[in-house]
Design a protein around this ligand. Structure first.
Ligand code: HEM
Ligand code: FPP
Length: 337
């Protein structure tokens, strides 16, 4: 079973210790008495550090970090300018806690099926490094805390956007993953709704076209982003019983088309955001920059569509991780031009 790994996976993937593995300081082993045993403090420090790192891993930190990037951009777009440091700190803290809670709840839900994929088997729950009760307590605490921070500091709208995203991702998208490949569309909406947290927290209205165009940017971006991943891990998804575009249509042609269409819609939303404040030379410059920013991902999508292999898919994934921040930077700068 091919197990292409994302760069970080090579580090993150570790096989859980066999159930009957002797404990680290097994004093029944004679030779152990002759060796310098690590002192209790060192052992407990290591255990504490690994527990904390497992809690962080439960939140899907790299996805949360990118969500926070979108939050900073959409907050400034909603504010029509700079946002105070204190507001930004509370906004990022609240969003990170809700997003992390969603990621952790997803891992609680998938703790059994995650054992069936090399990519996810080393996570804290399938890796048996944390109890389900601890994970449930953790996701509840940070989810409630994050919602309270957003509600208290920014009002009910951004808090509601966060709770709605949480529920869509955990209670709708996650169970859909083993039933229909349409789950990706639901997941894309869940992954896009957080932009409304930053946008409405800092002055934007939920009825603004701008906010929904930003949602459109994120929804569109997730297709090239995930179709690359769906191809790279197609065998693992299929063997684990997930329904993804590349498992229900194994040639990958559908995945390639969805990636290209996602790039086209992303271009349209980005250009519309540049022209929304009015047609001007800066709108044309901004639009040209959006085209330049999206081009590498569009090219990678077309190349992947024409020649579907892991190497082309990895290039598409990596381009997606660069294109999103670039497009968000351009549409945010448009606020100041
Ligand atoms: C349909 C929606 C999405 C799906 C199905 C999806 C799926 C995935 C998967 C399976 C990975 C690999 C995770 C791993 O390393 O095991 C990944 C990586 C990543 N995703 Fe997404 N994702 C989606 C949307 C998003 C959104 C909305 C964001 C943030 C705005 C995001 C940011 C990232 C980042 C930064 C990585 C790279 C992490 C790394 O290098 O390991 N994704 N995504
Ligand atoms: C503010 C808030 C509630 C934010 C939450 C939004 C969020 C976590 C979006 C992630 C998007 C997404 C579908 C990730 C893939 O999950 P997956 O289950 O397909 O990934 P996996 O296969 O690696 O578990």
């Amino acid at each position: 079973m091919a197990t292409d790994l994302l760069p970080n996976q090579a580090i993150a993937t570790r096989t859980p210790p066999p159930k009957n593995a002797a404990p680290v300081n097994d004093l029944s082993n004679e030779s152990a008495n002759d060796q310098e045993l690590p002192n209790v403090q060192e052992t407990s420090d290591v255990a504490q550090n690994s527990f904390v790192s497992d809690l962080v891993e439960l939140t899907k930190p790299r996805i949360v970090m990118m969500i926070l990037v979108t939050t900073v951009a959409t907050a400034m777009i909603g504010a029509g300018g700079l946002v105070s440091v204190s507001a930004l700190v509370w906004l990022l803290l609240g969003t990170a806690m809700i997003a992390g809670s969603a990621g952790a709840a997803n891992q609680v839900w998938e703790r059994v099926i995650d054992c069936n994929m090399t990519r996810t088997a080393s996570r804290p729950l399938p890796g048996q490094r944390m109890s389900t009760a601890t994970a449930i307590a953790f996701t509840t605490i940070i989810g409630v805390a994050g919602t309270a921070v957003l509600w208290q500091r920014f009002g009910i709208t951004p808090a509601f956007a966060g709770v709605a995203t949480w529920m869509l991702y955990v209670l709708v998208y996650t169970p859909m993953k083993t039933r229909t490949s349409f789950n990706t569309t639901v997941g894309a909406i869940a992954g896009a709704l957080p932009v409304l947290i930053g946008y409405t927290a800092c002055g934007g209205q939920i009825s603004d076209v701008t906010g929904w165009l930003l949602v459109g940017v994120l929804v569109a971006w997730q297709y090239p982003h995930f179709m690359a991943i769906a191809w790279m891990y197609r065998r693992q998804y299929d063997e684990a019983g997930f329904k993804m575009s590349t498992t229900v249509e194994p040639t990958g042609l559908s995945a390639g088309i969805q990636a290209i269409v996602g790039c086209a819609v992303l271009l349209a939303c980005g250009i519309a955001l540049c022209f929304l404040p009015g047609s001007s030379i800066t709108a044309w410059i901004g639009s040209a920059l959006v085209v330049v920013a999206v081009y590498p991902m569009l090219k990678a999508s077309i190349v992947f569509f024409g020649d579907r292999n892991d190497q082309k898919a990895r290039k598409l994934l990596l381009s997606s991780l660069l294109v999103l921040p670039a497009v968000l930077l351009i549409v945010t700068l448009r606020v100041f031009w």
